[in-house]
Structure formats: structure tokens, C-alpha cells
Design a protein around this ligand. Structure first.
Ligand code: ZN
Ligand code: ZN
Length: 196
């Protein structure tokens, strides 16, 4: 019985590991997360009228919260000791233009859990809007990260922005933020060129 369970777990793990290297999985994540984010935002707005000030504050909070998640997941999970997360991210570091990513349904499940926690803490309309903003920020992050590795920017500001992430691929203990350097500044992990 135990060996059957083991065989089933191994087969599932292998299938999942193969799936997460495919282009289909890569783009399926966007196909799930974009409508999911839009639905969350509309569900929040339909539930209760949210004033313009509260709306702006929630959007800003969502952007801030996402940027912190982006930093924390990258630093402590993808470069951490949980093998299932670290393994896929190692593949990305080895082959930055590859399609290694999380299973396409996984981020939506985490975001759903986040919505559940927030609904218990604040009015549901705020919770849904906030999670929707976090979800669409995650989509923006995904597009940003893809573009950084597949596009040569012409504009100096865009090049500087992309360079921060390219540096992370050479100095993996610095520049964990992809969309923003904010949390690298806060936590002191911004790449500093060694003095000559
Ligand atoms: Zn990268
Ligand atoms: Zn990394």
C-alpha cells in the first residue's frame, strides 16, 4: 500500500515538474490570473459602493502589498530551503529565457486564500478589491519579468530598470525586487558595486 502511495506521489510530482517547464503552463497562468483579478475587482465594486478616497487608498495598498510579496517570495521561498520552490527558480537562473514557472493554477489558489483571510479581517468589498489589485499586480510582474528576459530596451530608464534584475542573475543575494527596488532598499539587499 505504502509503495503504491509512493508511486502515485512520484508520478504526480514528475507530471507537475514536466508541466512547469512548458510554454502552455507559462501562458495558462496569465489566462487564469487576468480574468481572476478582473472578477475580484468587479465583485468588490458590486458589493458595496467604495468612495474615491478609499478606492485610491486600497489600490495603493494593493500595489505596496504585492511588491512586498514579490520581494518576500523571491528572497525567502525561491532562494530559500523549500526544495519544491527553489528547484524551479534554480532552473530559471540557469536558463533565464526558459519557461520554468509555478504550476499555472498555484498563484490563483494562493490569492484565493489571501482573499479568504482578508474577508475575515475587513469588509468583503475592500478585501475583494485589494486582492484583485494584488492579482493584477502579479500579472504585471509576470509580463515585466518576461519582457526583461526577452526584450532589449532602448530607453535609458527602462534599461536601468531591467539591468537591476539582470544583476540579480549574477549576484543572486541582491536585487530580489523585479518591478521595484523599494524592498531591496528597505532590507538592504540592493546591489552595490564593490569599490575598486
Ligand atoms: Zn529572471
Ligand atoms: Zn532569483
Amino acid at each position: 500500500m505504502q509503495s503504491t502511495n509512493r508511486a502515485v506521489t512520484d508520478t504526480l510530482q514528475n507530471a507537475l515538474s514536466r508541466l512547469t517547464q512548458t510554454r502552455l503552463n507559462y501562458w495558462a497562468e496569465f489566462a487564469v490570473d487576468i480574468p481572476f483579478g478582473v472578477v475580484l475587482i468587479f465583485a468588490g465594486l458590486r458589493r458595496q459602493a467604495i468612495g474615491p478616497l478609499a478606492g485610491v487608498l486600497i489600490v495603493l495598498l494593493g500595489l505596496l502589498l504585492f511588491s512586498l510579496f514579490e520581494y518576500a517570495f523571491h528572497r525567502w521561498l525561491f532562494h530559500g530551503s523549500v526544495e519544491i520552490f527553489a528547484q524551479g527558480h534554480r532552473s530559471h537562473h540557469e536558463n533565464p529565457q526558459g519557461y520554468d514557472s509555478l504550476p499555472f493554477f498555484f498563484p490563483a489558489l494562493v490569492l484565493l486564500a489571501l482573499a479568504g483571510v482578508l474577508v475575515a479581517l475587513v469588509p468583503a468589498a475592500y478585501a475583494l478589491l485589494l486582492t484583485g489589485v494584488v492579482t493584477l499586480s502579479y500579472v504585471v510582474y509576470g509580463v515585466s519579468h518576461f519582457t526583461i528576459h526577452h526584450h532589449l530596451f532602448r530607453h535609458a530608464l527602462a534599461r536601468d530598470w531591467a539591468a537591476k534584475h539582470h544583476i540579480h542573475h549574477y549576484h543572486a543575494d541582491t536585487n530580489f525586487g523585479v518591478t521595484t527596488a523599494l524592498w531591496d532598499i528597505v532590507f538592504g539587499t540592493r546591489y552595490k558595486r564593490a569599490p575598486r
